[in-house]
Design a protein around this ligand. Structure first.
Ligand code: F6R
Length: 581
């Protein structure tokens, strides 16, 4: 959460930082700010609101600029609490990504020493400490002394009044890049820096980088910058109105990328699964629902498979053993809950397989074996193509374990063609739009699924909640008579996800039971049932029905957001990369 962007050396540095912040705005969008250094002075501008709407700012261009886009943790959303934060002696400005866990005890000490705080942020504590220890002149040894006092995941970037830069990574990611003209850039992610830089280095935890005014540093001697593969990291809305819609429509292509040319890697993972005692599938949010779906499927071929929501890893802590294997799912590769779970799993000797979308991310680096999702940057804050990619990865793995061949690839190719045609067909789109109109004034929505479609129902509800702010809950239809049915009254919308499997009959009965109590039944299936008041017909492919039901969820919630005049790419209170706990 929060994004950092900096440009050093380029005569257009301020504008480049403005553009860079727009690219990483998805990391936090309640306020933002830029600091520049010119002629021995720092200038700052800060704003509340979204940076994407801003065309120009009044700060002059400068050769040295740092910027920040914020997702508030400590202190409300105000201009004053926005970053960068300026030292009282005006000798440096600082941006931070993360949380200073011991901030209140450090703050009390500083207050005892007479420091008067002007913001509610934990960041000001770091600024005050640096000022106290370093005065006007930051030096590595003194700065390290301050850094040692800070607990939690904290990444900071400092610009001094004479154009020096200090960057320290602790937890939250920071990438340094260089263009062909030897200008330097810093960013919280690789996708955004790839627009300016040709080479990059992902800073390691605990690493401190110093660039002086001439941009000479401790960097060149120690760090090898790698070439960026620009193609994989393209960020562009293209013909689409929103990233979310683009990313939904990309799925017929992105699903293929998940498994194409990865057979050897998949085989290696399958071998590890076969030789491990316990398997844990770990993720948070949508990635946790994907983990649930993968665990459900893996149990067909392997005993002792557990779904572990990353934030609850402690519940399983006693079971983690050396011969165990953990499959870690994450789009960003930077989710704090998941990173903490992995740190613990590693400490117990569990083998880590990370299935991650963001190249160069922490969870990729921490893995014993990394499986890149390769679906391209996902910018819409709500996960779409990465979620279906994770689920497909699990299906490919289980299919290989069952058949010991890769015929699954042809099945995916067929499904992707069907999905492409289905997505472009006006018929279902119109039906989804009219369903969105029906749901727009509802207060609650219930989504029922069973078996493999339970994870899809849970993910369906999450998508609806976070993008369209309609209260939605996903349940197993098996729960209905044990309490949930009490919620049903006249015209309550209930979505039923139906596969043609052993659960179909029970699902149809559940639909009748809620309808008898006044519910409007919305069936999402390949074939219609009489009980449906609304019906969305899925592509005719039973094997991938867990994915196609989710595509309907994505489209429905997108349409609901549009009707309610909400921004589907940036739901309120959220950020794409949850780098704080
Ligand atoms: C929901 C969503 C979140 C993420 C979760 C984990 O649409 O995007 O629930 O799935 O925050 O993020 P990653 O996958 O980056 O670890």
């Amino acid at each position: 959460m929060c994004g950092i962007y900096a440009c050093l050396g380029d005569s257009e540095a301020t504008n480049k930082v403005l553009a860079g912040l727009k690219r990483i705005e998805y990391r936090g969008y309640d306020s933002w700010g830029i600091a520049t250094s010119k002629d021995g002075k720092l200038k700052l501008e800060k704003y509340v609101g979204k940076i994407s709407k801003v065309k120009k700012i009044s700060l002059d261009n400068s050769f040295f600029a740092i910027g920040h886009t914020r997702w508030a943790t400590h202190g409300g959303v105000t201009k004053n609490n926005a970053h960068p934060h300026l030292a009282k002696n005006k000798s440096f400005a600082l941006v931070q990504n993360g949380v200073l866990e011991n901030y209140s005890e450090l703050k009390k000490e500083l207050q005892k020493d007479g420091y008067k705080f002007t913001t509610q942020t934990d960041t000001e504590v770091i600024v005050a400490l640096i000022e106290q220890v370093c005065g006007e002149n930051i030096e590595a040894e003194k700065l390290n002394r301050v850094i040692k006092k800070l607990t939690g995941r904290n990444t900071i970037l400092i610009l001094t009044k004479n154009g020096q830069v200090w960057a320290h990574r602790q937890g939250s990611p920071l990438i340094v890049g260089k263009d062909q003209k030897e200008n330097y850039f810093f960013s919280s992610d690789l996708a955004s820096i790839s627009h300016d830089a040709k080479f990059y280095h992902v800073m390691e935890n605990g690493e401190l980088i110093h660039l002086d005014q001439k941009l000479t540093s401790n960097l060149r001697s120690k760090i090898v910058l790698q070439k960026i593969s620009q193609k994989a990291l393209e960020i562009d809305k293209g013909e689409y109105k929103h990233f979310m819609l683009k990313e939904i429509f990309e799925q017929p292509e992105s699903l293929l990328k998940v498994i194409q040319n990865k057979q050897e890697l998949l085989k290696k993972i399958a071998n590890k699964i076969e030789s491990s005692t316990n398997i844990y599938v770990v993720g948070a949010g949508s990635a946790s629902y994907a983990a649930n779906s993968i665990s459900h499927q893996l149990r067909r071929v392997k005993d002792n498979v557990y779904h572990v929501p990353a934030y609850d890893y402690n519940d399983f802590a006693k079971s983690f053993k050396k011969n165990d294997l953990a499959i870690i799912l994450s789009q960003s590769g930077e989710t704090a809950d998941t990173i903490e779970a992995v740190e613990f799993l590693k400490s117990k000797g569990v083998t880590i397989i990370s299935v991650v979308n963001m190249p160069g991310s922490s969870l990729m680096q921490m893995a014993d074996l990394a499986y890149p999702l390769d679906v391209g940057a996902e910018i819409g804050v709500a996960s779409t193509k990465a979620l279906t990619a994770h689920m497909l990865f699990g299906m490919a793995l289980v299919d290989y374990l069952e058949k010991q061949n890769f015929s699954f690839l042809q099945e995916v190719e067929k499904f992707c063609q069907q999905l492409e045609i289905w997505l472009r067909k006006q018929k279902e789109e119109k039906k989804i739009q009219s369903l969105a109109k029906f749901l727009r004034r509802k207060n609650d929505l219930y989504i029922l699924g069973r078996g493999q479609l339970l994870s899809s129902a849970l993910e369906f509800a999450l998508k609806v909640k976070e993008v369209s702010y309609l209260h939605a809950e996903g349940f197993s239809a098996g729960e209905l008579k044990h309490g949930v049915i009490a919620l049903i009254e006249k015209n309550t919308p209930v979505i039923c996800l139906l596969a043609s499997d052993q659960h179909r009959e029970d699902m149809v009965s559940a639909a009748h039971e809620v309808q008898a109590r006044g519910a409007k039944v919305i069936g999402i299936a390949m074939e219609k049932e009489d009980v449906f008041d609304y019906f969305i017909q899925l592509p005719n492919n039973e094997k991938f029905i867990n994915l196609s039901t989710i595509v309907v969820a994505q489209l429905l919630t997108y349409e609901l957001a549009l009707i309610k005049k909400l921004d589907p790419d940036k739901p309120r209170n959220l950020a794409k990369s949850v780098t704080v706990k």
